[in-house]
Design a binder for this molecule. Structure first.
Ligand code: PLP
Length: 434
């Protein structure tokens, strides 16, 4: 299928369809995050394990993995079968179902901070629920948010984040940067923007005594794939305790990917509240806010949280089936492949004399061109050579390997040894080309 060969894939049918889409769908796509990527947005016919098949007939090894959701690949048979069986029972009841109990119990057993939870449909939504809960619990307004971290597209949180972020102001206390035209500027007044991985800056801000919650990606995966520096998460939790603020981990990417119990399990730090989505149900639309029982119970005590599609039964069945496949053996096997892939990329780039950092975690990593040392925060990632990396990503795509232009790679259980080898062939070819 051309993988690893000269970059010969063509995407003319996709281009034609996107132009046609634009007659009815704004910009031809249903999320702005799908706009980027030369040679333009693609249209996919179907998925198959680690592959996507587009309408030009190209069979492409996919490292988008549904923006991190499809940790079991695109077509895990038990998940599809569970969803099909549940669908036959009916679609939406505006009531409770046995499957949502099973789903909630599984998540609470697996995620350290999760004593109780509520399900929602998207990460953006549950981030809103968490901020409301934190403000209700503390009687304070300010939410600390970090430069480069992304918690959804709503007005009150889309600040100093991708896309289009240009770092502004001092590194420890950045100047807030608005995220979109049309966004209510006043909605950002409830935020304090800080640089991440900087405990002194966090401690100083918390000391003002007005912070309801510190909201962070516990490993920064929207810009780079950056681990917290040793002691940072522990220090952040202790500082929150000292100053009466809650700690919220946004594990929408890290959940079920850095470990089954997320970054909190991997790093051994348990926050007050946790946000999950993406991989929780392998791409079915499920999100969750979980955490301390006394906090979650505020949803039954005057703090409103709603949603027609919350705990949608078909998605709940998919969640349960997904979680059953997320065994220790899954993580062991997939991680070995993810690590082999990273080692291979590192070696090929080094041999070609391309200065680059390949960093992150077995199932989610980041490749940055032009950096001398691994990135520790947004400002470091911003200094990488994004233009050259974009050329590399495009050269890979023409060889049948689809990676995000921002440098992120998501690995699923379907990315086995043969697929890693085919990917590395394509990397060799792309490196030669650029
Ligand atoms: N939080 C993080 C860390 C994310 O990466 C994302 C999406 O990429 C969100 C929240 C928003 O989730 P959703 O796109 O499901 O609204």
């Amino acid at each position: 299928n051309g993988i690893g060969q000269a970059g010969t894939l063509r995407f003319e049918e996709s281009a034609r369809q996107i132009a046609e889409n634009a007659r009815f769908i704004a910009g031809g796509v249903n999320s702005n995050f799908r706009l980027g990527m030369a040679p333009g947005p693609l249209v996919f016919e179907r998925g198959e394990g680690a592959y996507l098949i587009d309408i030009d007939g190209n069979r492409i090894i996919d490292y988008y993995c549904g923006m991190g959701a499809t940790v079991l690949g695109h077509t895990p048979a038990p998940v599809l079968e569970a969803a099909r069986q549940q669908a036959e029972k009916g679609i939406l009841f505006a009531g409770q179902t046995p499957i949502e109990y099973e789903a909630a119990k599984l998540i609470c057993e697996r995620v350290p901070s999760a004593e109780r939870l509520r399900f929602g449909s998207s990460g953006s939504e549950v981030a809103q629920a968490a901020m409301r809960l934190a403000r209700a619990a503390t009687g304070r307004r300010t939410i600390v948010k970090f430069e480069g971290h992304y918690h959804g597209w709503f007005d009150n949180i889309l600040w100093s984040t991708a896309p289009g972020l240009n770092a502004a102001g001092p590194e420890d206390v950045p100047t807030p940067v608005i995220g979109s035209r049309g966004q209510d500027p006043q909605a950002g007044e409830g935020l304090a923007i800080l640089g991440w991985n900087d405990l002194a800056a966090l401690e100083a801000r918390l000391a003002k005594g007005d912070v309801a919650a510190v909201l962070m990606e516990p490993a920064m995966c929207n810009q780079g794939a950056i681990a917290p520096v040793p002691g940072y998460l522990e220090g952040a939790l202790a500082a929150c305790r000292r100053h009466g603020a809650l700690l919220i981990f946004d594990e929408v990417i890290t959940g079920f990917r850095l470990a089954r119990g997320g970054a909190q399990e991997r790093f051994g730090v348990t926050p007050d509240l946790t946000l999950m989505a993406k991989a929780i149900a392998n791409g079915f639309p499920v999100a969750a806010i979980a955490g301390r029982a006394d906090l979650l119970d505020l949803f039954a005590d005057g703090v409103l949280h709603g949603g027609t599609f919350n705990a949608q039964p078909i998605a709940m069945a998919a969640l349960v089936a997904t979680q059953k496949l997320l065994t220790p053996a899954h993580y062991q096997r997939s991680s070995a492949h993810g690590e082999a892939l990273q080692d291979g990329i590192r070696t090929i780039l080094a041999e070609a004399g391309i200065k680059a950092q390949v960093a992150g975690f077995p199932l989610m990593f980041h490749v940055a061109f032009g950096l001398d040392a691994p990135a520790q925060n947004y400002r470091d990632v911003a200094r990488s050579d994004k233009v050259a990396y974009g050329r590399f990503a495009h050269a890979l795509l023409r060889r049948g390997v689809r990676v995000l232009e921002r440098g992120a790679w998501f690995v699923s259980s379907e990315h086995d040894g043969a697929i890693v080898d085919a990917t590395l062939d394509a990397v060799r070819g792309a490196v030669t080309e650029i």
